[in-house]
Ligand binder design. Structure first.
Ligand code: ADP
Ligand code: MG
Length: 228
């Protein structure tokens, strides 16, 4: 790619990012009032309607897409604080639990003892693991198992792997992963890995994907415990 094309691509991407952030911003407020009213209804009829939890879960899913959209527009808005990886993983499980159950998917989480808190943007890391777990779930329409492993490695790093037994990724798709809007799903956005990669990069971490068609996919994330 020559310098001009490179520049054009950058400009185009900046424009897409601004648009995405503006749209995301407009969707966010009405969505949070919808969620509030749904929760209120649920509290009013505690044993009334089995659809409330699903409605709330779906709103959370839209919210996570909106978060991805908004991150594209302002990727540098990251704030480091101390947080526990256990809580981040537990949160992503709680949001995806119902969908996993409906699809006959079991989580198996192995967490090493005494993992120290890490310096991170907790909200952004939740977004990362939500995206990765969602991809794992979506790769197993017929059910299966998702294994999550968390441990400390090397010097002051946390390693997290997410392994599914899904349909896997074709070799020729591998170079396209994380390209804006690259998706093989009929209702995919192709934003998940793009944003996930960016957030991990902003944490000075690393993401690697190994995959075999028909066997499954393993996503490995490495995050430093301390920043800077
Ligand atoms: P989306 O999920 O909206 O398609 P992503 O950026 O999250 O967008 O993923 C891009 C593509 O990468 C997916 O459409 C899929 O083809 C592939 N992919 C990502 N994770 C997995 C996985 N765990 N198993 C199989 N394919 C995956
Ligand atoms: Mg995805």
């Amino acid at each position: 790619m020559n310098v001009n094309e490179e520049l054009r691509k950058k400009e185009k991407f900046a424009l897409i990012g601004q648009m995405a952030a503006a749209i995301g911003h407009e969707i966010r407020n009405p969505l949070s009032s919808l969620k509030g009213f749904t929760q209120l209804q649920q509290e009013r009829n505690p044993d009334g309607n089995q659809f409330y939890p699903i409605m709330i879960e779906e709103i959370d899913r839209i919210n996570s897409i909106v978060d991805d959209l908004m991150y594209l527009g302002k990727p540098k808005g990251i704030k480091f604080e101390s947080a526990h990886i256990e809580e981040i993983i537990t949160y992503t499980h709680s949001i995806t639990k119902h969908q996993a159950e409906r699809q006959g998917i079991a989580f198996e989480t192995t967490m090493a003892d005494s993992i120290p808190p890490l310096e991170c943007d907790e909200k952004r890391l939740k977004q990362v693991f939500l995206n990765l777990i969602k991809n794992a779930i979506e790769s197993m329409p017929e059910g299966g198992k998702i294994q999550v492993l968390v441990k400390c490695v090397e010097d002051r790093k946390i390693y997290i792997s997410i392994q599914d037994e899904g349909y896997g990724i074709a070799e020729e798709s591998l170079p396209n992963l994380g390209e804006p809007f690259f998706t093989t799903k009929k209702d995919g956005t192709g934003l998940g890995l793009l944003v996930t990669n960016q957030i991990i990069k902003d944490h000075n971490g690393e993401l690697k994907i190994e995959s075999e068609i028909g066997i499954g996919t393993k996503v490995k994330v490495m995050l430093p415990i301390y920043q800077g």
